[in-house]
Design a protein around this ligand. Structure first.
Ligand SMILES: NC(=O)c1ccc[n+]([C@@H]2O[C@H](COP(=O)([O-])OP(=O)(O)OC[C@H]3O[C@@H](n4cnc5c(N)ncnc54)[C@H](O)[C@@H]3O)[C@@H](O)[C@H]2O)c1
Length: 379
């Protein structure tokens, strides 16, 4: 008999769906000591949350997250609600002795993140943040190749995350889905939303960042607010580009925007080392491009590795070589790794402390865009 892990999800939006799918499927594909039980889902609209629970197989519903935390039958609180709700829910959950999985970015800023880290560490509860791109098999393979030393000394890290969905000036800010444009709810714009993913991956693959020099722009200065009906100032960054020095001496460029017409979720990174280079593209996420200068000259060139072999990270749990997986599987992998870490001394990563480091980089980026100076990243 497997041990039960009773889960409560907060939020039934985009991430509510990816997390529900992950908790439902993980036991079918991974051999785990715990069976996740989808005990409760919480969001404020009673009819909608009930319909969501029926569709995805959650046993019960609540409309106030505080009720969820009071329940004795819940082991793990999974936070899939907007950024300004993360801290209050996570701190209350930790105080109640619950495990916490929290969506990214961890918090509105580093200061708030520090309180969250203190709460989970004081309570000693397992915790993790959903920076899911670490668990794209191609990205995990990139980490393995770097850790094996195949790239040698790393000189350059280059990341971009480009979208095009906010170009219309008629798009309102605030409310369902559009809370991302409201700085009071989102904290920041593309920096916390998109670059936070790039930064998390970069810190994981290439170590800590020392300092940054950034520029941001808000192309559309005022938008109607869905909740107030009034035209209000836009407080988020629509675009952000920054330079960085890593502690290992390598140089980096990062860029993100929601104004790159034609690009929907173009997250790419390229890493150049003395022996080899790696390139990855979210639009083609099951491939890793790899160039190794040590190959013999006649056949040397970029290899386009199709990440479907059973030797590739996570892939032996899925189908047969040649058949690929996609975006939703990264969330399944994250749940599998979280459950596998339970009862062991291994941290399920990225945990709150890891995500705080990303938050510190975001803070330095936003500060530098204001001061027009290089800013050190808090350690
Ligand atoms: N890991 C990723 O790749 C990824 C992708 C998208 C979003 N996110 C993060 O996930 C979080 C949610 O984003 P989303 O795209 O799912 O948003 P969404 O707007 O689709 O869904 C948000 C959900 O939260 C609920 N909610 C809002 N306030 C609440 C409250 N006080 N109590 C309970 N429920 C509340 C809403 O009803 C809705 O169901 C954000 O922090 C976002 O940054 C992460």
């Amino acid at each position: 008999m497997k041990k039960k892990l009773n889960v409560a999800l907060i939020g039934y939006g985009f991430m509510g769906r990816t997390h529900s799918n992950a908790f439902r499927k993980v036991g079918n594909f991974f051999d785990l000591d715990y069976e996740p039980v989808m005990k409760a889902v919480c969001a404020r609209d009673e009819a909608k949350v009930k319909a969501f629970a029926d569709k995805w197989g959650w046993e019960s519903t609540e409309c106030d997250w505080r009720k969820i935390i009071e329940r004795d039958d819940i082991d793990l609180i999974d936070i899939g609600s907007p950024n300004n709700t993360h801290a209050e829910i996570a701190i209350a959950a930790a105080k109640a002795g619950k495990m916490v999985m929290c969506e990214k970015p961890l918090s509105m800023d580093g200061k708030e993140g520090e309180k969250m880290v203190a709460a989970v560490e004081k309570a000693g509860v397992p915790n993790m943040v959903w920076y899911n791109y670490r668990r794209v098999p191609a990205v995990t393979l990139a980490k393995q190749l770097i850790d094996e030393g195949r790239l040698g000394k790393i000189f350059h890290y280059r990341a971009k995350f480009l979208q095009d969905w906010t170009i219309s000036k008629d798009l309102p800010q605030g409310g369902a889905g559009l809370w991302r444009l409201d700085s009071k709810v989102a904290g920041s714009g593309v920096t916390g939303d998109l670059l936070a993913h790039c930064i998390d991956t970069a810190l994981w693959l290439n170590g800590s960042i020392k300092d940054v020099s950034a520029m941001t722009e808000t192309f559309i200065k005022e938008r109607k607010h869905t909740l107030t009906g009034k035209t209000e100032k836009v407080g988020i960054d629509d675009a952000c580009a920054f330079l960085a020095h890593f502690d290992n001496g390598s140089l980096a460029t990062f860029e993100s925007t929601r104004y790159a017409r034609g690009h929907k979720a173009l997250y790419t990174f390229e890493i150049n080392g003395e022996n080899a280079s790696i390139f990855w593209d979210l639009h083609d996420l099951h491939r890793l491009q790899y160039f190794d200068h040590r190959d013999s000259g006649a056949t040397r060139g970029w290899r386009n590795i199709h990440i479907t072999d059973s030797e590739h990270p996570y892939m032996k749990n899925w189908w047969v070589p040649g058949l690929q997986i996609g975006y939703e599987h990264t969330f399944v992998h994250q749940v599998a790794d979280f459950i596998q870490s339970l009862g062991s001394k291994k941290r399920a990563r990225p945990d709150f402390r890891d995500a705080l480091e990303t938050q510190y980089v975001c803070d330095a980026v936003l500060k530098s865009a204001k001061t027009n100076k290089w800013e050190k990243v808090k350690k």
